[in-house]
Design a protein around this ligand. Structure first.
Ligand code: HAM
Length: 426
């Protein structure tokens, strides 16, 4: 019986893994430039963490979690997102006590959501995210958005759009919630059964409904921006002012409420506007969550962060036709003809690798011509051929594949020769 990969998951094969590594490497190095340090948390957590953290009226918690009982009878969940786990670790390790405040963290790893798979929507996907804990300075909101935009820019994406909103503080949200209830109550039966329930449990979630997105009531729903109190409005103004000062273009969308419950004040998404990119246009989402640390049992600590999916980032790069500078080729392929030459090649290949070069050789006992073809397929910059004659003279016949240039190089000098030509330091 042939097995198939589970729905909504994917294998990343050589040829693509290099792109993943490249993208992750750029994101990591930018994080470090902005002062963010890596945190690694487990793939699964106690289910309760997400009920509390993400919110038990969200789609993620109600419909999308991979929850199971382990052999000890504990309710565990494959993490659907990274913020609640990072906050759990922040509280558990009392990182709020660290002198480094705000604590700026980043993470990268698989997340799991039982969603309907489609282009750009997976059941297992990789998020790269950051969380800055301990500051409610609007400048850090701008920093977090700048970092996300910087990652896209550094990778060569041009058609991205930053969309921002503010959900205000608790007071503003309460006023808005009441307005939403008033707005939807009389005609709630026109909306889906989920929305009918949301009216009671969490009216803001109605604005996030995928089914009723186009209903007239949605377009006319009261805007949160009209319910921000003075303090919340001033905060949002300052965030916008900083973004403008950084030269980062943005648009405001009062209907951007996000699918998780922990947000207040700033929320944002980054969309791809590349042609043909399709439904999963949201590349990145994030926002401020000033009550979450307390909700998870820590001291009152503000926080803000974002997460982007690598799958969608790569799809956006494809849609924009960006070629990543991933170097897939070998520095040198050592071709051996004959048994003695083979013995020498084994030794030589190891020595070249130890010197820092990317080198390979034949392991299928192939003829000269087939070995040369293999070298070509592997994108070797140089081929070093050793046969009986070369061995006799303790030389290799070296060919530069791009130019066709050929020369004999003493075996003892091959390492230095290649290092110099490839431009590497020994
Ligand atoms: P989120 O909006 O649920 O936010 O997810 C963030 C990003 O993950 C989305 O913008 C999207 O690119 C990607 N994503 C979500 N679901 C899928 C999926 N099924 N397949 C592929 N990609 C997906 C969060 O997760 C928050 N924890 C972000 C955050 C961090 N807020 C503050 N800090």
């Amino acid at each position: 019986m042939a097995f198939q990969i589970p729905r909504g998951t994917q294998d990343v094969l050589p040829g693509d893994t290099e792109k993943w590594q490249y993208v992750e490497c750029v994101a990591r190095s930018l994080c470090s430039r902005y002062g963010y340090r890596e945190i690694r948390t487990p793939i699964f957590e106690h289910t309760e963490l997400f009920l509390r953290g993400v919110g038990d009226t969200t789609d993620i918690v109600q419909k999308e979690m991979y929850t199971f009982e382990d052999k000890g009878g504990r309710a565990l969940t494959l993490r659907p997102e990274g913020t609640a786990p990072v906050v759990r670790a922040f509280v558990e390790h009392k990182l709020y006590g660290s002198p480094n405040q705000p604590l700026k963290l980043y993470y990268s790893g698989p997340m799991f959501r039982y969603e309907r798979p489609e282009a750009g929507r997976f059941r297992q996907f990789v998020q790269f995210g950051v969380e800055a804990l301990g500051s409610s300075d609007p400048a850090i909101d701008a920093e977090v958005m700048a970092l996300a935009m910087h990652i896209y820019e550094a990778l060569g994406l041009q058609r991205v759009r930053l969309v921002i909103n503010s959900l205000g503080d608790l007071d503003s949200r309460r006023a808005h919630r009441e307005a939403l209830v008033r707005h939807f109550s009389s005609r709630i039966h026109e909306l889906c059964s989920d929305c009918q329930m949301r009216l009671r449990t969490n009216p803001l979630r109605i604005l996030d409904c995928k089914k009723d997105r186009d209903h007239e009531l949605m377009a006319t729903a009261p805007s949160i921006l009209d319910y921000l109190n003075d303090e919340s409005r001033a905060y949002f103004e300052k965030v916008k002012q900083y973004l403008t000062a950084l030269g980062i273009p943005f648009v405001i969308d009062a209907r951007l409420v996000r699918g998780l419950d922990y947000y207040n004040h700033t929320t944002f998404e980054i969309m791809s506007e590349a042609e043909g990119f399709g439904a999963a246009a949201t590349l990145c989402g994030g926002g401020r969550y000033n009550g979450l640390v307390q909700e998870i049992g820590g001291p009152e600590t503000p926080g803000i962060g974002f997460a982007l999916s690598i799958e969608r980032l790569l799809a956006a790069l494809d849609a924009e036709g960006v070629e990543l500078p991933v170097d897939k080729g070998l520095d040198c392929y050592v071709v051996a003809v004959g048994e003695r030459a083979k013995d020498e090649a084994v030794r030589l290949v190891y020595a070249l690798r130890r010197a820092g070069l990317r080198v390979d050789q034949d392991y299928l006992d192939r003829k000269l011509k087939a070995q040369l073809k293999a070298a070509d397929r592997l994108g070797a910059s140089f081929v070093a051929i050793i046969g009986d004659e070369e061995l006799e003279r303790q030389e290799a016949a070296v060919k530069h594949m791009a130019s066709g240039e050929q020369m004999n190089v003493p075996l003892g000098e091959l390492t230095r020769f290649l290092l110099e030509r490839i431009g590497k330091e020994e």
